[in-house]
Design a protein around this ligand. Structure first.
Ligand SMILES: Nc1ncnc2c1ncn2[C@@H]1O[C@H](COP(=O)(O)OP(=O)(O)OP(=O)(O)O)[C@@H](O)[C@H]1O
Ligand SMILES: [Mg+2]
Length: 452
């Protein structure tokens, strides 16, 4: 999509068509056409290749759903945004299942619509710059990947998002399970309501129960006041239970009861509370193995795996590596204000060949480090760690790149900029855009010293 994105507005009411045209006309790069209904739109589309379509759903002659079916049959790759009356959300959901991009409910703030459209344009332009092998690249919410397994996951998400079914997401660490859970929430009618993440491996048994279900005042020593649990806080929204395979036995029983009819009691309470929240679980363990060895209840397993999504390891979708690598390259060079425009062909070959035990998280960290340590405008094999580039010492670093964050990123940057400035703190602080005292405290914290 070039900056002259084509927009088609479809609504049977002229004043609305005009209003929308006016709103979007401020964005000088959008070329706009209008149509009165689905049939009129299909006619217009013959001579006007729309990139984005904004359409009402209820219209005479041909409504939005029929239009969507036609677009789908014609393999149109336009982004379709529907505008729907508040009482008509089921239609919008139908449209999303047919492949619509998003919907907005009436009455709506035109600036929300503009923001949605801007987002599509920005995303498309980014991918235009990063096309590989002439294929159109795909992304979905915050998930990136055009490999068939990913595209299938996007379709599944679209398909299951509107339901309330519990979802189990499995896959190795760093494969994007959390992003998948977020995408499901965001594509569901619960979007806009709370999405609360909880790591089941992070606390002791007693504390997990009280975090999830809450407690009454005086329920146990230290319970000085009533506390609502995560499920209650996420009423009408979604709870993401991460590392579900690590849930201790007593919590498994409470969870099973809760999932059966969404009722529960706060710890120490008598009142039975009922609420409406969707549960999405994730694990990097193989639950059937846990069931076999007795550490996971079989009945709970059946309860949570109503829908299962398997996030594939990166080595099983290697064709996505260039796309992801270029995405992280842009992200980290922008964030760190470094002008690194590409990954050299031999560097990319190494990235594609590597086995990525830490999956996308590891790739992000490798590129993040590469951006900080490379001296040229491109990331070369010398900027890659020794696991990936066995022929070299990895630009002097071989880090535990599978770690969750990049705490080392800043220390590498600080050291590098000091070296570049011949250990002149004043100049280095200026380059880093921080106060000299801040630089001193950072060097102290990271143990960075001028070599003797
Ligand atoms: N398909 C993807 N596109 C873009 N970024 C991704 C993708 N998959 C993962 N990531 C990034 O990789 C990192 C790890 O992703 P995420 O936390 O979703 O993985 P996970 O499967 O939940 O891992 P874990 O089992 O360790 O919790 C995040 O920074 C995420 O943004
Ligand atoms: Mg996770």
């Amino acid at each position: 999509m070039n900056p002259k994105a084509n927009l088609l507005i479809i609504d049977d009411e002229k004043p609305i068509r005009e209003l929308l045209r006016d709103v979007m006309a401020n964005d000088r790069f959008v070329r706009i056409e209008t149509a009165e209904n689905g049939r009129d739109a299909l006619d217009k589309l013959k001579g006007f290749p729309a990139d984005i379509i904004v359409s009402d759903i209820m219209m005479p002659e041909m409504n939005g759903l029929e239009l969507m079916k036609n677009l789908r049959a014609a393999n149109s790759d336009a982004y379709v945004l529907f505008i729907t009356g508040y009482g008509n959300i089921t239609n919008a959901v139908e449209a999303m299942k047919l492949g619509a991009y998003d919907y907005i409910t009436k009455p709506f703030d035109p600036s929300d619509l503009r923001t949605k459209i801007q987002r599509i344009i920005k995303r498309e332009m980014f991918f235009e710059d990063n096309k590989t092998d002439g294929n159109i690249c795909h992304s979905f919410e915050n998930l990136i990947g055009q490999n068939k397994v990913m595209v299938d996951i996007y379709k599944t998400i679209n398909h299951i998002a509107p339901s309330n079914a519990t979802v189990l997401i499995t896959g190795e660490s760093g494969t994007g399970k959390e992003l998948i859970a977020e995408a499901i929430h965001h594509r569901s009618l619960r979007k806009g309501k709370p999405f609360i993440k909880f790591n089941c491996a992070s606390l002791t048994e007693g504390l997990i129960n009280s975090e999830l279900f809450g407690h009454e005042k005086g329920a146990f020593t230290g319970a000085i006041k009533q506390k609502k649990g995560i499920f209650e806080l996420a009423d009408k929204g979604t709870v993401f239970l991460d590392e579900i395979g690590d849930v201790p036995p007593s919590v498994q029983i409470s969870l099973l009861r809760f999932l059966e009819d969404r009722t529960f009691k706060r710890i120490g309470g008598n009142q039975i509370l009922k609420l409406d929240c969707r549960v999405i679980c994730a694990t990097n363990k193989v639950i059937p193995d846990l069931v076999k060895n007795g550490s996971f209840r079989e009945d709970l397993y059946y309860r949570i795996k109503v829908i299962t999504i398997n996030a594939p390891p990166l080595r099983e979708r290697r064709s996505d590596i260039p796309l992801l690598a270029n995405y992280f390259l842009k992200k980290y060079s922008d964030e760190n204000k470094r002008r690194i425009s590409r990954i050299s062909p031999s560097g990319m070959d190494m990235l594609i060949a590597y086995s990525w035990p830490g999956n996308v998280r590891e790739l992000a960290n490798v590129i993040g480090h590469g951006v900080l340590i490379c001296n040229k405008e491109e990331i070369t094999p010398a900027c890659l760690p020794s696991e990936i580039n066995p022929g070299c010492n990895g630009g002097g670093f071989s880090l535990t790149l599978r770690s969750r964050s990049i705490p080392l990123a800043e220390s590498i940057l600080v050291k590098k900029v000091l070296e570049e400035n011949n250990w002149n703190y004043k100049k280095a602080a200026k380059d880093l855009d921080i106060a000299r005292n801040t630089l001193y405290s950072k060097t102290k914290r990271y143990g960075i010293k001028k070599p003797q």
